[in-house]
Write a protein of this length. Structure first.
Length: 131
């Protein structure tokens, strides 16, 4: 019996009264071993630079995490370029913990079952499940 990787995506648009200014993506993957991975991506569109650095994405991600928690999504992973300081700040302000540092990227995780004070034990458990 062969199993396939299954991927589904969910997109949320951030908007003001009359313009779309950004988006949040949630990608759900199930690999051949049945391990579920929920990957979050977010951005404010380049044409809307004036909305950056105002806490809009930090708040939007916080709200989205609550939505995930209510939908029984227990953990999320985010991969961000090291030089993307704004996204790193959004993740850290929303209690994501740095799981791994690669050459050009950081990998962050959050476990929504626990309080924000992420323990080393939780990160080690996540590493065993993912890597």
């Amino acid at each position: 019996m062969t199993t396939k990787t299954r991927i589904t995506k969910h997109k949320t648009i951030l908007s003001t009264l009359n313009e779309e200014i950004g988006e949040i993506f949630l990608t759900n993957c199930s690999n051949k071993k049945g391990i579920k991975i929920h990957h979050i991506e977010f951005k404010i569109f380049d044409d809307y630079e004036h909305y950056k650095n105002k806490g809009i994405m930090t708040k939007a991600v916080a709200d989205y995490l609550q939505y995930c928690k209510e939908g029984n999504i227990n953990s999320l992973i985010a991969i961000v370029k090291k030089d993307n300081i704004a996204s790193v700040r959004v993740l850290e302000k929303n209690n994501f913990a740095k799981l791994q540092e690669l050459e050009k990227f950081y990998i962050y995780v959050i476990d929504l079952r626990f309080e924000p004070d992420f323990t080393k034990k939780t990160i080690q458990e996540f590493q065993k499940r993912i890597f």
